[in-house]
Design a protein around this ligand. Structure first.
Ligand code: 5GP
Length: 188
């Protein structure tokens, strides 16, 4: 069995966070990498659990020290995957990253043999729009902006190794567990 870097991406609102939590709770051979970010913690977020919250100064120092496997900027904040954590974990387990399409493609470029990209998509754009507007936390313009971002992300699906439609949480989870099992068994 080989240890694989699994990257799960998908537009916001698609339910990937819930899927990732289920995958981790049911597979002790899978560990999630916690990213670093310069954005402020949201209510309920804990340093070291959702992210390591660090200053922009520290982030830049760590870029200079080549400490990130990949990093990117979203909405004016930096996000990065700690290289040493991922490399250390991969010696013993498979690692899961929940990051956006740009980060995913960078990770694949850096470790092409070891990285498997999985995109989770909504059953339909209308369904996702319904879910996002049901959250009710944003105005119409913000929702339109989010939907533009969703379309951009879904357009990258052909670059992924697997595309999984989240039509039913349990079914989707099983499909991804099967992908993980098969990929770990491959000998490359
Ligand atoms: P949020 O601020 O809502 O938690 O995340 C914003 C975006 O940053 C999401 O698209 C998320 O996938 C992405 N992201 C989180 N961690 C990383 C990372 O380590 N690298 C990259 N490239 N993107 C990340």
């Amino acid at each position: 069995m080989r240890n694989v870097l699994f990257v799960i991406s998908g537009p916001s609102g698609v339910g990937k966070g819930t899927i990732v939590d289920l995958l981790l709770s049911e597979d002790s051979d899978l560990v999630e990498s916690v990213s670093c970010t310069t954005r402020a913690p949201r209510a309920g977020e804990v340093n070291g659990r959702e992210y390591f919250f660090i200053t922009e100064h520290e982030f830049r120092d760590r870029i200079a020290a080549n400490d990130f496997l990949e990093y990117d900027e979203h909405f004016g904040n930096f996000y990065g995957t700690p290289r040493s954590f991922v490399e250390r974990c991969l010696k013993e387990k498979s690692v899961l990253l929940e990051i956006d399409v740009v980060g995913a493609l960078n990770a694949k470029r850096l470790m092409p043999e070891r990285t498997v990209l999985i995109m989770v998509t909504p059953p339909s754009l209308q369904e996702l729009e319904r879910r996002l507007s049901a959250r009710g936390s944003e105005g119409e313009e913000a929702l339109k902006e989010r939907m533009r971002r969703v379309r951009y992300e879904l357009d990258q699906a052909p670059l992924y190794d697997y595309v999984v439609v989240n039509d039913d949480l349990q079914r989707t989870k099983h499909e991804i567990q099967e992908i993980i099992r098969k990929e770990k068994e491959k000998s490359i």
